[in-house]
Design a binder for this molecule. Sequence first.
Ligand code: 5RP
Length: 236
Amino acid sequence: MPVDAADDMKKRAAAAALAAVAPGMRLGLGTGSTAAHFVALLGERVREGLDILCVPTSERTRAQAEALAIPLATLDEAPELDLTVDGADEFDSSLRLVKGGGGALLREKIVAAASRRFIVVADATKRVETLGAFPLPVEIDAFGARATRGHVERAAAALGLSGEVRLRSRPDGHVFVTDGGHLVLDCAFGAIPAPEALADRLAAIPGVVEHGLFLGLATAVVVAGPGGVESLGRLD
Ligand SMILES: O=C(CO)[C@H](O)[C@H](O)COP(=O)(O)O
């Protein structure tokens, strides 16, 4: 799909999710190009007088929201959120997600877990039968990164998964560092038939800070495709 067409669908999904926002809400703001469309549209509503308080999931989103004069708080100031709207790298029919392509998975998961509702906005290319076509991001501590990578590979192998586990780097060649000061392993395991089992094994590895499997968190996915916008799950 051409980039412009995909971006237009991201924008349409973001616009549809705006219907779930009500005055007085405390909102989590996701990270990535789809979430950025939502933040831009939200900024227009705030300029028109919408009263909300938002918690960003990354420094990138914080900067965008600040530039739009969207009222912001930290998660410590607003520890219980009504709704979070965020993008995803993949989703399946059970609303299970792979996230972290933008490297914000840790804060995204913390904010999603603090939200009563979590709506994912996505274009139709993100829909998969089985998670894993997108390399799974795993955020790790820099200390002992090689040892942790070995544990990740063995945890995957125990479930019959293999594939390249690559330390993420920036376009300039320097190692990618998350907002929390950690590193990211991109794990090209291919299809992950048992995401819950992999999530349990990854979470048990010392040195793994968080992984990009978001299971049981999304309450709805708003997906825009060539035929229009549809919702999976409950928007209310
Ligand atoms: O998880 C994320 C960032 O950590 C993003 O939501 C995910 O990468 C999707 O990004 P985009 O909307 O740009 O396709």
